[in-house]
Design a protein around this ligand. Structure first.
Ligand code: SD4
Length: 327
């Protein structure tokens, strides 16, 4: 349901949501299928998240909508305890609290985001609730968390034994150098095209490890961590959020594609904009992925080592991204 319809229906007393049904409809979306228009579905995501991308790709092949598939795909990483940059098991801030950021954008141009959310694992699904069931685009902290409980999400301890141990180790020096952030990235941004040819995406993260309390990066910011224009395509980002936000990277890529650039050329230009403004690119990573309406994809990054997953025609490929710097 679109936000405007929700407001109207709410006003008419026509909305009867019971606890739990929203979460179910956000994550267990297998029943929502579409009539395929002969478009071969595609899913791409940041980093080598084979399972997450296969989950989305297969769901799309089964007729799932792009938004449902993207949220289902990124949930795999939100629930992966080994991923220390997303969801449960994500690294905490410098005070030991895990705070998550996420956003979603659909093919109609609607979007939702949550920032600095504690105790909720599936924050991309929560961003969808903000999009579909509130009159707003973004909710922060306690407000987002309270909405989650109202809609049936359960409270979970996001700090695992292993992330707590790593945090305690870090506390010994408390060395906070956010610019040295080349290796420690696992944020998942995912772009899906469904059998109707419609594009949607999701992006979810715990942000920088041991970040300042309250720090929010690019990932939940529409236009920075994610942007979709269903007439053109979509883009998603990972890496040093501060640099991505300064250039509104994902929006920039979609606009460059609108001007005729391929997804690859657009990703390269967006990275080069950051490179041109920084004399310390040795110290941080930025990587972009993009998908256009023709089903073409691209990716580019500053440091070698970034890979994109691409699911097309039933095959899930890992594609090593070209980089500005040499290894
Ligand atoms: C952020 N872009 O919060 C995120 C970090 C990231 O993998 O991509 N980590 O700035």
């Amino acid at each position: 349901m679109k936000r405007r319809e929700f407001i109207i229906k709410s006003a008419q007393g026509g909305v009867a949501l019971t606890l739990g049904t929203t979460l179910l409809s956000c994550l267990d979306t297998d029943k929502k299928t579409i009539t395929m228009k002969n478009v071969s579905p595609i899913s791409i995501c940041t980093w080598g998240f084979i399972d997450a991308n296969a989950t989305a790709g297969k769901a799309l092949d089964g007729g799932m909508t792009a938004l449902d598939a993207a949220i289902k795909g990124v949930a795999v990483e939100e629930e992966n305890l080994k991923n220390t940059t997303v969801g449960k098991g994500g690294a905490p801030d410098r005070e030991g609290n895990v705070t998550l950021d996420a956003c979603v954008m659909d093919s109609s141009g609607d979007c939702g985001a949550v920032v600095c959310v504690e105790n909720i694992t599936n924050v991309a699904a929560l961003a969808r609730v903000v999009m579909e069931e509130t009159p707003h685009v973004m909710l922060a902290g306690k407000g987002a968390e309270e909405l989650a409980y109202k809609k049936g999400f359960k409270a979970e301890k996001l700090l695992t034994d292993s992330s707590e141990n790593a945090y305690r180790e870090w506390l010994k020096t408390s060395e906070y150098k956010p610019i040295i952030n080349i290796e420690n990235h696992d944020t998942i941004g995912m772009l899906c095209m469904d059998g109707n040819g419609d594009i949607a995406g999701a992006c979810t993260t715990s942000g920088l490890s041991y970040k300042m309390k309250g720090r929010v990066g690019d990932s939940p910011i529409i236009g920075s961590g994610l942007f979709i224009d269903n007439e053109i395509g979509g883009a998603a980002a990972t890496g040093m959020g501060e640099e991505i936000m300064k250039t509104v990277g994902s929006f920039l890529i979609v606009e460059l594609m609108r001007q005729g650039k391929s997804p690859q050329e657009a990703c390269e230009e967006a990275v080069q904009r950051i490179v041109a403004k920084n004399n310390n690119i040795e110290n941080f990573q930025v990587a972009y992925i993009a998908l256009n309406k023709k089903g073409e994809t691209g990716s580019f990054c500053i440091h070698p080592g970034f890979a994109m997953m691409e699911y097309k025609n039933g095959i899930n490929n890992r594609i090593e991204s070209k980089a500005v710097l040499k290894s």
